[in-house]
Design a protein around this ligand. Structure first.
Ligand code: GTP
Ligand code: MG
Length: 198
């Protein structure tokens, strides 16, 4: 799919105030610093459409971007960031879970995990919560450029193996790097295919 336009629409902490357009929507979620905002920039060929930072906790709101004037990408705050206070962490979690439970336009989420890390409890719990709430998702392994090919493949295989302890099947997944554009075409084609269904 060719990206001919990508524009920021608005930021919200309340799902009820999110854009009303009945566009298909895809949301990026995962631990703080995993690379959600960078991936949005990579997919849209825009250097700083979504704000990124080397320090976790950069994205703090629900951010809508309209792509080709036809569908939404949503950048969400990370979970599991220890340095925000407990009370604000709860507020984050509340509006993120409200978003997922109530956003009618949402077609699918992408749950990002760092390809260098073993499965993390917080990600597995979040996936379980998505499953219980019947919210479709794919997994995106990020920062693949930080691993050699020799290490990447066994790492993904090990991740799959541990997922299969909880899931009947490995969810749909993508391997990406925002620095090398790895996975870009696969994700955009996947979205295009869904968007073209009646
Ligand atoms: P929060 O908004 O804080 O939840 O973080 P985020 O998940 O949006 O992460 P962000 O995109 O801001 O990236 C965090 C850091 O990881 C930044 O320093 C990025 O440059 C770096 N980063 C993101 N993706 C990649 C990648 O694919 N490869 C490499 N090498 N670095 C990456
Ligand atoms: Mg971010």
């Amino acid at each position: 799919m060719k990206i001919s336009s990508a524009e920021f629409v608005m930021s919200n902490s309340d799902v009820a105030k999110c854009p009303k357009d009945p566009f298909p929507e895809y949301a990026f979620i995962g631990r703080s610093n995993v690379g959600k905002s960078s991936l949005i920039n990579m997919l849209t060929n825009r250097k700083s459409l979504a704000k990124t930072s080397g320090r976790p906790g950069k994205t703090q709101l629900i951010n809508h971007f309209v792509i080709n004037k036809k569908w939404f990408l949503v950048d969400l705050p990370g979970y599991g960031y220890a340095r925000v206070s407990k009370s604000s962490k709860k507020v984050f979690q509340r509006f993120i879970t409200d978003y997922f439970k109530n956003r009618k336009q949402l077609i699918s989420a992408f749950i990002l995990v760092d390809s260098r890390h073993e499965p993390q409890k917080i990600d597995l719990e979040f996936m379980e919560w998505m499953g219980i709430n019947n919210i479709p998702f794919s997994i995106i392994f990020t920062k693949a450029d930080k691993l050699s090919k020799n290490k990447l493949t066994p790492q993904i295989e090990a991740y799959k193996k541990s997922m299969l302890q909880f899931w009947e099947e490995m969810p749909n997944y993508f391997i990406t790097s925002s620095t090398s554009n790895l996975g870009k075409d696969e994700i955009l084609n996947y979205i295009e295919e869904i968007n073209s269904q009646p």
